[in-house]
Write a protein that binds this ligand. Structure first.
Ligand SMILES: [Zn+2]
Length: 246
């Protein structure tokens, strides 16, 4: 899922939102910029909790944010990407099925990559939907990255646990900060950002932006009436795990 979605979900699960919870809720994706592989970064809750469960509130909230995001313990990304209910894979993959062929066309990719890429259009549709309902979350995201003393505390507390990497931990905070947009979000902006992302990761030079924009809106239409039920259900699954970990 995309950042505002994770922030929204962390707030929904925990019933509050402070800067530490917010940063934790996006940290598993942010830290992949620091040479920590996705599989590891999405299991960080398990590693960090024993260190931080009795620590100062910012570190507790930060770790709780990570747990709402990850795949182990099972957080939002587990149910959206890996497995949800009786679906073949996660929620976003299931909802993406009607978009596969058009995504292959818009991105000019081989059909075998279609389903994987199509699920991003559901994720972007969800991100747009969350932004339209809760535009204040974008300001909160921007604001959290201005809290340098909190970021310094997180970096100094996490670095000894997340052992030496090629890039120091503060690198991923500063790189991620550059990606945060202050302009209003819409489907075109998401499509342009997506082009940058897949250009960087997959060496695809250009995509059909107008077509992608329409597919993001279609993705939004596919989820908008039932998305909150999905979030509610995942919250019910995660809440007891967080409570047991207290
Ligand atoms: Zn993630």
């Amino acid at each position: 899922m995309y950042p505002l979605t994770h922030i929204y979900f962390a707030r929904k699960v925990m019933g509050f939102l402070d800067d530490a919870l917010l940063l934790g809720s996006i940290f598993p994706d942010m830290v992949t910029l620091c040479d920590i592989p996705w599989e590891e970064s999405h299991r960080l809750g398990l590693i960090l909790w024993p260190h931080f469960k009795k620590a100062a509130p910012p570190l507790v909230h930060f770790t709780q944010g990570i747990i709402t995001h990850g795949i182990e313990p099972r957080g939002l990304d587990y149910y959206s990407d890996e497995q949800y209910g009786s679906y073949e894979k996660g929620y976003c993959f299931e909802k993406a099925k009607p978009l596969i062929e058009q995504v292959v066309e818009a991105l000019r990719i081989p059909p075998e990559n279609g389903w994987w890429k199509a699920h991003n259009f559901i994720e972007m549709g969800i991100e747009l939907h969350i932004y339209e309902r809760f535009p204040e979350l974008q300001g909160k995201l921007f604001q959290a990255f201005q809290q340098q003393s909190l970021i310094d505390l997180l970096v100094s507390s996490l670095s000894p646990i997340l052992v030496e990497r090629n890039r120091p931990l503060n690198h991923c905070f500063s790189v991620f900060k550059q990606y945060i947009e202050k302009e209003e979000m819409d489907a075109t902006l998401l499509a342009i950002r997506y082009e940058r992302q897949i250009n960087h990761r997959h060496n695809i030079e250009s995509i059909d932006i107008a077509h992608c924009r329409d597919l993001i809106v279609k993705g939004q239409r596919l989820i908008e009436t039932e998305l909150e039920d999905f979030f509610e259900d995942v919250k019910i699954k995660i809440k007891p795990i967080l409570e047991q970990m207290q």
